[in-house]
Design a protein around this ligand. Sequence first.
Ligand SMILES: [Zn+2]
Length: 124
Amino acid sequence: MAGDAPAPRLPHRPEKGDRTAVHRETGKYHDCKKKGIYVCACCGTALFSSDAKFDSGTGWPSFSAPIARENIATAQDTDLGYVRTEVLCARCDAHLGHVFDDGPPPTHMRYCMNSASLRLLVQG
Ligand SMILES: [Zn+2]
């Protein structure tokens, strides 16, 4: 699995086509303020509520807690030469992002997610 590797470079010859759209896709939820449930883009498991979303200033959608602990799995990731905690979908094993312990109270957790791994089911 590619993890958080940067998106492949776009060709210098921009075309009005899907490549640009795919590139934008990776950050589409970072400033999204809509209410709803973020589910796994692969299997639809509910992962995060918009209520737990906060602006971390990182450009990544960030959450202080998952909607249910059993819906996510974690694994140690040493891809960058230091230990991070990778977050996976507990049901389909999709890579979702990473979790850090520098989030806001009361959980102090920061689930730093990849927009491409999430799908927002807008409520209301
Ligand atoms: Zn999944």
